[in-house]
Design a protein around this ligand. Structure first.
Ligand code: OGA
Ligand code: MN
Length: 293
């Protein structure tokens, strides 16, 4: 049986007693689902897996989605195209040059976000496997959006009820000063609406659902919406809600995007960092058609 140790006062379970190279039985799968429903984020150590094994494990949790970068006709993935390449490496496995478009684009992972919130059906789970890690830096920080929601004043909870934010991947890139898009990308990734408060199915708890992609709130003037989003982001990323994961090669971290946010931290990008992500799709849009009207 698996064992789970909570690593943070609010969330994060460290899991032992499972080998992710092997198929998991129904009992173990049930225990893992229960663990992620409770903890929002699971950490597994010493899992030397390849892409096939990672994809097979990930598929236990739902339908997989490939990287939005594969939308581009000029993009060829270095790794299995069903996965998202979270590395600083080019197709030959060499470190990307400092002015490389891919490298600059990926820097936006250092903004707080929840995966695929720039898509109408966002990500449910992300599974990130560390194959090569730099000697220092390059941590990933996570924040607990159920705890952040719980800590909001009642007045704010009431204000957010039923509110819909508009998310766009171009927004976070624009904030960073990156604007080098092709028409193909602009067409493929238009702004999308998302509920700002979601009920997390696995726990029945409410979670704040925002990301650095959010730049408008329906029915609100832009400056007011941006300041509210800014305040909520500041609230949700206070240190008491944050867990820092320091990577070791062989770690696999799985998180529930419906109740957490995360961001990458800086590191010396002349050093290799090679992480592979598999992504499980959410069940559907977070807003009904009526709300989008
Ligand atoms: C991701 C991501 C952060 C990191 O894989 O979705 O945002 O630390 N990664 O690389
Ligand atoms: Mn991410």
């Amino acid at each position: 049986m698996i064992e789970v140790t909570q690593l943070h006062p609010f969330f994060v379970g460290e899991v032992s007693g499972v080998d992710l190279r092997e198929p998991v039985d129904a009992e173990t799968l049930g225990a893992l689902i229960q663990a992620i429903d409770t903890h929002g984020l699971l950490v597994f150590h010493d899992q030397e897996i390849d892409d096939e094994q990672q994809l097979a494990f990930s598929a236990n949790f739902g339908e997989l989605r490939m990287s939005s970068r594969n939308i581009r006709s000029d993009y060829t993935s270095r790794i299995d195209p069903r996965m998202t390449d979270i590395s600083n490496l080019d197709a030959n496995g060499d470190v990307l040059k400092s002015d490389d478009r891919e490298r600059l684009y990926m820097l936006a992972n250092r903004f707080w976000h929840t995966d695929n919130a720039f898509r109408l059906v966002p990500a449910k789970y992300s599974l990130l496997s560390a194959r090569v890690v730099p000697p220092d830096g390059g941590e990933t920080e996570f924040t607990d959006m159920r705890a952040a929601y719980d800590a909001l004043p009642d007045k704010m909870k009431a204000r957010l009820e039923g509110k819909v934010a508009i998310h766009s991947i171009m927004h976070s890139r624009a904030v960073m000063g990156f604007a080098d898009y092709s028409q193909e990308e602009l067409d493929a990734l238009p702004p999308v609406p998302h509920a700002m408060v979601r009920t997390h199915p696995g726990s029945g708890r409410k979670a704040l659902y925002i990301a650095s992609y959010a730049h408008e709130i329906q029915g609100m003037d832009t400056p007011e919406a941006r300041m509210l989003l800014h305040d909520l982001m500041e609230h949700a990323t206070q240190r008491q809600f944050v867990h820092t994961h320091t990577w070791r090669a062989g770690d696999l971290v799985m998180w529930d995007n419906r109740c957490t946010m995360h961001r990458a931290r800086d590191y010396d990008m002349t050093q290799r960092r090679d992480l592979h992500r598999s992504t499980v799709m959410d069940d559907g849009p977070t807003v009904s058609d009526a709300q989008v009207a």
